[in-house]
Design a protein around this ligand. Structure first.
Ligand code: ZN
Length: 233
C-alpha cells in the first residue's frame, strides 16, 4: 500500500482531532441539556394564589401562586406528575388550603411557591413508576443540595421524608416573603407561549440581579423603576 503524502496524513490527523473535540463539545452540551433549565428570569408581575388547572394533574383543591403555573405545566407535559400539595395556608376568605402544619418553617408551601409531587397512579413503593420522577428530581438537582435555578430547594432521595416512594418537593427562588404572603418576585424558567397552552406572554421587565442562593430571609433586593408589586392576597 502506498504511503500517503505527509500533508494528507496531517490533514487526516487534524480532522480526527477536530471530530474528537466536536464530540466532546456535544457530550458537554448533552450533559448541560439534562441538568435543569438553561435560563431563568424574575417575574415581578403581581402573584395570586389560584387553583391548579386540570392540565396539571393534582389533588382536588390544590392551589399555587399563578406565577409558577407555566413552569408546572411545562413539567407536567414532560413528566407524569401528580401534585399532592401546593399552597398551604389561609385564603382571604378564611378558608384553609393544603395540609395543616405539615411543612417546615420557612417552607415555600406557605407562599404558594412549592409543590409536592408523586407519579400519576403511584403507590408508596419505589418501583419503575417512580423512574420519571427520579429523572425530574435529577434534572432539577443533578448534585445533592445544589438545585439548578430557578429551583430553591429540591427534596428527594437523600432528604428525610422525601424520595422515591415518598414524594418530590420542588420550590422556586423568590423575594423574601412572610408566611402566607406573596413574594414580590419569583424566579422561573421561561417557556414559550405555545407550550403554556396559549397563555399570554408576560410583559417584559427590566433585567434584575439574580438572588443569592440559600433560604429566603434577610435578602435585600434593590430595585429601580416604577414596577409595582403587591404583597397581599
Ligand atoms: Zn414540599
Amino acid at each position: 500500500m502506498r504511503k500517503r503524502p505527509l500533508s494528507l496524513r496531517h490533514d487526516i490527523e487534524r480532522l480526527g482531532l477536530a471530530v474528537a473535540i466536536a464530540c466532546a463539545a456535544l457530550l458537554c452540551l448533552a450533559a448541560a441539556a439534562s441538568a435543569g433549565p438553561t435560563s431563568t428570569r424574575l417575574v415581578y408581575a403581581p402573584g395570586a394564589i389560584v387553583p391548579i388547572p386540570a392540565s396539571i394533574p393534582h389533588e382536588e383543591g390544590d392551589m399555587v401562586d399563578k406565577r409558577i403555573l407555566p413552569d408546572l405545566r411545562w413539567i407536567a407535559q414532560r413528566y407524569p406528575i401528580y401534585v399532592t400539595d401546593g399552597y398551604s395556608g389561609p385564603l382571604p376568605d378564611g378558608e384553609h388550603v393544603g395540609c395543616n402544619n405539615c411543612h417546615a418553617n420557612g417552607s415555600e408551601h406557605y407562599n404558594g411557591l412549592a409543590v409536592d409531587l408523586v407519579p400519576l397512579g403511584a403507590g408508596t413503593k419505589c418501583d419503575a413508576v417512580w423512574a420519571p420522577i427520579t429523572s425530574l428530581a435529577l434534572w432539577a438537582e443533578p448534585l445533592q443540595n445544589k438545585p439548578v435555578p430557578p429551583f430553591r430547594w429540591v427534596g428527594y432521595d437523600g432528604d428525610a421524608g422525601h424520595g422515591c416512594g415518598n414524594h418530590l418537593h420542588l420550590s422556586w427562588n423568590h423575594a423574601p416573603a412572610a408566611r402566607f404572603q406573596l413574594a414580590e418576585w419569583v424566579e422561573v424558567f421561561p417557556v414559550v407561549p405555545a407550550e403554556t397552552g396559549g397563555e399570554k406572554p408576560r410583559k417584559k421587565r427590566p433585567a434584575a440581579p439574580k438572588p443569592p442562593p440559600g433560604p429566603a430571609g434577610g435578602i435585600s433586593t434593590v430595585r429601580t423603576g416604577g414596577v409595582g408589586a403587591r404583597v397581599d392576597y
